[in-house]
Design a protein around this ligand. Sequence first.
Ligand code: GLN
Length: 185
Amino acid sequence: MTVAILALQGAFLEHGQMLDRLGADHFEIRQKKDLEQEFDALILPGGESTVMRKLLKELDLYDTIKKKIEDGMPVFGTCAGLILLAEEVEDGSSCLGTMDIKAKRNAYGRQLGSFHTEQEMKGLGTIPMTFIRAPYIAEVGEKAEVLAEVDGRIVAARQGNQLATAFHPELDNDVSVHRYFLNMI
Ligand code: GLN
């Protein structure tokens, strides 16, 4: 099993470290020819979704990635990655739009831009959650399932082959969310 990690920008290295700990092969996608390698799943990391959206288009990665997700390839978006997956983004900047959720960017305001908590995630128990200028999921459509909430706001959801978290599991020591994702493959 091989996992591709989108590595245009942001916190992609840390996802590779999590996969190393779980013994999963992985490689980085930086340009179009990287998509020619075979892979079974994809991680969209945190970072700046507007920059990633621009680069996905400019580097001509967008159509192939979108098609693979629509064809059922497992994908895991963290933070900015969640925004890339969302069908609707409150400021109108949707990207891949494959997941039936509405994301609100920079949703916790300046003061609360970054924080850490421990909360329940469905099927995983209590796990650490680190939020950095995070979005939350303002609405979940019929096709998606809520997996975690913090203070009444949805911070993790799944829709079939697609998993999205507003927090950064790759920045904590706990590998359970990545293990959950690998079990989706
Ligand atoms: N605020 C960023 C965005 O809108 C996401 C932040 C993150 O990925 N840590 O893309």
